[in-house]
Design a binder for this molecule. Structure first.
Ligand code: ADP
Ligand code: ZN
Length: 745
């Protein structure tokens, strides 16, 4: 690192704002664009450099951006520019990350500074790392001969000349107290010295012996390795049934990337996955990768950010935000479970990490691998159009068979009154537990009951801030809104008619299934897996361990049980309500239900014992149930495609949603109506709405939606920009733009 000018505060007086140079500086704030600053004569600034600049009364850290392609029409005159205060001692942001930020901003219609903020999430990492102090042997000689006690001798024996040792480990190695070291320093036997900077990230070893790949795995692995070796952009969709060994195959590509000396990024949807996944990684490469997600401590995040920027973290595994890390030389991005909606970020900058991963790979000339047992129609269509390559693993590894899937018709064999498990499912669970195997009941709903109703007047308890019922969490004696976090104690009487003891729970959540399970199988060891009962990766890891070690007979879980887990003793999966995801007007409801339930089903029978899956449904003839029973997801996806193609629905057309919201219902309506009146039109362009959003009230804001739909060959961004520019939006009304919407609430 070059020596940098000193602290900015002292510099200001000595600098004159000369007319010589100006640079645009992008700030991590939702401003319209970069601001120009004057470059002090003492500074040479290149784009990408992190700098501190004055903004109003503050100092803000930003990035020297690239000069605009065309000169601005009315630039601030040079003499009015304020100077850059200081350059920060951090590796400059690479050109390809800057292009990525610009690209994401333009695509999502977000201020570039808001995107930059995601790439600067660890401001502390921009400061020079503080070196740690340790001890070094003092050179021999000197007049006085200090006393050498046995303790001191042990320290001297533990040290080699010229090497710096950290205090605590040295004291421990010599079995002495830290005070002994200080005494030796006073007597001139050892001296304080700075420890050399040592990376806390070990290099994964690509030659570490991994499992021998089966023939079809080896073939897919070779194709992926070739793509990495080409050091060029390309996308491959890696598909294969659950348990076919896709992970081992893409880790092979990660190994090749390491051999190439480039960095690799693996994006995972749910960080709960990481425990088992990390074990796999360690088994393959000997060491753990760097991790990036919200639960990593800020100190580790700072070190990780810095290590990534310095090329010191060869492999990063993370949630979607890892896409904005400062990799200087990214050679591979893997998006595992690419169909997952968790890759879509819904607030702030609204972006889809899978799609943006492809963009980042293109800008970095990197390979991109999208992985799924149940790929999205988007990715399948990209394969069909020849934009992506495809690789498929047809069999489960080690000859394990796919589970047999059956539907329990709830119209013919309903559960007893007040119960939720139909007799055939209950019997299957009993038999499984009696055989000493594990069973899982899946219901994608947290809490005890999704609705509380007054038996007397029919009143339903709803959230005061949202268009949503309050969900009962009986164990915590609370009613909760799952949208805004509102919580209240269950009232003793109906708030509407005042009748006492009239409130009754309607429908099941996992807690209620647990209650039923406790009655049916009192001796079974039961475990609930839901995001609120397993907060964080550590708890999820412990649950996974308990299941693997057969400390659990029956697992009751929400969607967090669906993802990636490998439970060899689990042979029965019961889906309590297979129809649950099909309600509502979501474009992808059927696709998503098939994906989720197929993933859940894939947890069964992953080892020798064959698996069985039972789906409780009121509509056993629905295409979703038929696809799950037959296992022919290809045919299902082709039907989906046939339904979406004629209307130009994604991926055969483009969508963007505008969500208008305000605390004042009239204001939201007015702006939505103005947008509707100014709606763009023409060949291949259509606007639907405005209409109240399904969540018409969310966190106290009234919401209206408009949907822009275009043919695939028409980009939505210029249309949106022009449209939004034509409609004035009052201050307290917000218009959120969601390009390629995934949720329609
Ligand atoms: P997928 O990602 O396709 O669901 P995994 O990669 O998780 O499949 O593999 C399923 C199981 O098979 C895992 O326990 C994995 O360790 C094991 N496995 C996969 N490939 C091999 C192999 N070549 N040798 C040994 N075990 C393997
Ligand atoms: Zn609410």
């Amino acid at each position: 690192m070059l020596p940098r000018p000193g602290k900015h505060r002292d510099m200001k007086d000595t600098l004159t704002v000369s007319a010589r140079t100006r640079v645009p500086v992008l700030l991590p704030l939702p401003l319209a664009g970069a601001y120009d600053y004057a470059v002090p004569a003492s500074m040479a600034l290149r784009p990408g450099e992190f700098v501190s600049v004055p903004l109003n009364q503050r100092e803000v850290v930003g990035v020297v951006w690239d000069p605009p392609a065309e000169p601005e029409p009315n630039p601030v005159p040079d003499r009015r520019l304020r100077p850059v205060s200081a350059v920060l001692p951090a590796p400059p942001m690479t050109a390809n990350l800057r292009r990525f930020i610009d690209w994401v901003a333009a695509y999502t219609l977000s201020p570039p500074g808001a995107v930059l903020r995601m790439a600067m999430s660890m401001p502390a990492a921009l400061e020079a790392p503080t070196p740690q102090a340790g001890w070094i042997l003092a050179p021999p000689g000197g007049n006085s001969r200090p006393r050498i006690t046995p303790e001191r001798q042990r320290v001297l024996d533990a040290m080699r000349p010229g090497q710096v040792y950290a205090g605590a480990p040295l004291a421990e190695a010599a079995k002495v107290s830290l005070g002994v070291l200080r005494g030796m320093a006073e007597n001139g036997l050892i001296r304080p010295a700075l420890l050399p900077h040592r990376s806390r990230f070990s290099r994964p070893d690509p030659e570490h012996p991994g499992p021998a790949l089966a023939a079809d795995q080896a073939e897919a692995g070779a194709a992926l390795r070739a793509q990495v070796t080409a050091r060029a952009f390309g996308v491959t969709l890696l598909t294969g049934v659950t348990g076919s060994g896709k992970t081992e195959v893409y880790l092979d590509a990660v190994a090749e990337c390491l051999r190439q000396g480039r960095q690799a990024l693996v994006l995972l949807p749910e960080i709960a996955l990481s425990a088992q996944w990390l074990e796999r990684f360690k088994a393959r490469f000997g060491v753990a990768p760097a991790l990036w997600h919200s639960e990593v401590t800020s100190r580790t995040r700072r070190d990780t950010w810095r290590a990534v920027a310095e090329g010191d973290a060869p492999v990063v595994v993370g949630a979607r935000s890892a896409l904005f890390l400062p990799f200087p030389d990214l050679g591979l991005i893997v998006v595992d479970e690419e169909h997952e909606t968790a890759f879509k970020q819904e607030d702030g900058v609204v972006y889809h990490a899978r799609d943006m991963a492809v963009v980042r790979a293109r800008l970095s000339r990197a390979a991109c691998i999208l992985v799924s047992a149940t790929p999205s129609l988007e990715s399948l269509t990209n394969v069909e159009m020849g934009r992506y390559a495809a690789l498929h693993l047809p069999q489960r590894h080690g000859g394990a068979t796919l589970p047999a899937v059956e539907v329990i018709d709830l119209r013919r064999t309903p559960p007893e009154r007040g119960r939720f498990l139909a007799p055939p499912l209950a019997e299957a669970v009993t038999a499984t537990i009696e055989r000493g195997e594990q069973a899982m009941l899946f219901l994608n709903r947290r809490g005890y009951a999704p609705l509380t109703l007054c038996r007397h007047c029919g009143h339903r308890l709803r959230c005061p801030n949202c268009t949503a019922w309050l969900v009962e969490h009986r164990a915590q004696r609370r009613l909760q809104c799952h949208h805004c976090g509102h919580a209240e104690a269950p009232p003793a009487e109906c708030p509407e008619c005042g009748t006492a003891n009239s409130l009754t729970a309607v429908g099941p959540g996992v807690e209620r299934v647990l209650e039923e399970a406790a009655a049916l199988w009192p001796d079974a060891r039961r475990l609930v897996m839901a995001s609120d009962t397993l907060p964080g990766p550590a708890a999820a890891a412990e649950a996974a361990r308990a299941i693997q070690d057969r400390e659990v007979d029956l697992i009751i879980g929400t969607q967090i049980v669906a993802k990636g887990w490998h439970f060899p003793h689990l042979t029965l999966v019961g889906v309590v309500d297979a129809d649950l995801g099909l309600a509502g007007g979501d474009l992808r409801a059927a696709e998503r239900t098939v994906q989720l339930l197929h993933q859940v089903a894939g947890r069964a029978g992953r080892a020798e014992a064959p698996g069985r899956v039972l789906l409780q449904s009121f509509s056993p003839d629905h295409p979703v149930m038929r696809a799950l029973v037959s296992g022919d997801l290809d045919a299902f996806m082709q039907e989906e495609a046939a339904m979406r193609r004629p209307g130009h629905w994604p991926p055969f057309g483009r969508l963007a949603a505008l969500i208008v919201s305000s605390e004042e219902e009239r204001e939201a309506d007015r702006t939505a109506r103005d947008l509707g009146l100014a709606a763009p039109g023409g060949e291949g362009v259509q606007v639907l709405g405005p209409a109240p959003a399904p969540l018409a009230l969310l966190r106290g804001r009234h919401r209206r939606r408009l949907l822009l739909k275009t043919r695939r060959d028409i980009a939505v961004q210029p249309i949106l920009r022009e449209w939004l520019a034509r409609v004035p939006v009052p201050n307290h009304v917000r218009v959120q733009v969601d390009v390629d919407p995934v949720g329609f609430l």
